[in-house]
Design a protein around this ligand. Structure first.
Ligand SMILES: NC(=O)c1ccc[n+]([C@@H]2O[C@H](COP(=O)([O-])OP(=O)(O)OC[C@H]3O[C@@H](n4cnc5c(N)ncnc54)[C@H](O)[C@@H]3O)[C@@H](O)[C@H]2O)c1
Length: 254
């Protein structure tokens, strides 16, 4: 299906995981994928694979983000889709009792401030067009608490939800849809490696997932493609949960 034929899509964190699966999916649906990453090799490889364009950009750098969206509009005439997805989850972000201010500030900057900046510089182009779809990556942890905390990450994703809701409402009458995506745990190489080393930890985690498995990145990409497309034309300011049932579960079957 070519739901996105002729559309220009900016994807941050395009070099890996959910971002990479998404540039593949959006391209397959006809969009031109602008693959944005701070990792030049990974971002370039993604762009080469899908016949898209690579832009190196650190999404925490205001000037670079402004230049990213203005540059895309200048070169391609429009910015139809912005998937603001780049994020980090570093090991020094842990319980509040041991997490330092440096880790807190780093995580908030990459996960939340970047979304603020990407929305700030994408929206004016969409206002000019009278149309656009923004999808901000949050997480299921923005909706539920965990005793095994990553306090800055959780707060950063809660910020993404609140920011997205407000922007969705503010720009709803200008044809710009702004939604947050809340993925459950995804079977990325990093997560699999972590759990391969510790099967007991993996099993403890999977008990909370009614489907009994982690998501494939392609399953999250399919949700992004839906939100990006006109199939989601009446959706804005929403929290779109793709989590294998985690947030619906009180107890799960064995
Ligand atoms: N993997 C999961 O289980 C999961 C679950 C819920 C939400 N998420 C969220 O989904 C998003 C993508 O996660 P993923 O697992 O695909 O991550 P990943 O680590 O596989 O990929 C993230 C990409 O973002 C890039 N990046 C990091 N900092 C950047 C910066 N400052 N500027 C530009 N690019 C930068 C990295 O180079 C990398 O290519 C993140 O926001 C993450 O928090 C992931």
């Amino acid at each position: 299906m070519e739901r996105l034929a002729g559309r220009v899509a900016v994807v941050t964190g395009a070099g890996s995981g959910i971002g990479l699966a998404t540039v593949r999916r959006l391209s397959a649906e006809g969009a031109l994928a602008v693959c944005v990453d701070v990792n030049e090799d990974a971002g370039k490889a993604a762009a080469d694979e899908v016949g898209g364009e690579f832009v190196r950009c650190d999404v925490t750098d205001e000037e670079a983000v402004r230049a990213l969206f203005d540059g895309v509009a200048e070169r391609h005439g429009r910015v139809d889709i912005a998937f603001n997805n780049a994020g980090i989850s570093p090991p020094d972000d842990d319980s509040i009792l041991v997490t330092g201010l440096d880790a807190w500030e780093r995580v908030i900057k990459v996960n939340t401030t970047s979304v603020f900046l990407c929305c700030k510089y994408a929206i004016p182009h969409m206002q000019r067009q009278g149309k656009g779809s923004i999808i901000n990556t949050a997480s299921f942890v923005a909706l539920m608490g965990a005793a095994t905390s990553q306090i800055a990450y959780t707060a950063s994703k809660g910020g993404v939800l609140a920011l997205t809701r407000e922007l969705g409402v503010q720009f709803a009458r200008e044809g710009i849809r702004i939604n947050a995506l809340c993925p459950g745990p995804v079977a990325t190489p990093l997560l699999l490696e972590l759990f391969a080393k510790d099967p007991e930890r993996a099993a403890r985690r999977l008990v909370h997932v009614p489907m009994g498995r982690f998501a494939q990145p392609e399953e999250i990409a399919a949700a992004v493609a839906f939100l990006a497309s006109d199939d989601a034309s009446f959706m804005t300011a929403a929290q779109f949960v793709v989590d294998g049932g985690i947030t619906g579960a009180y107890v799960t079957p064995l």
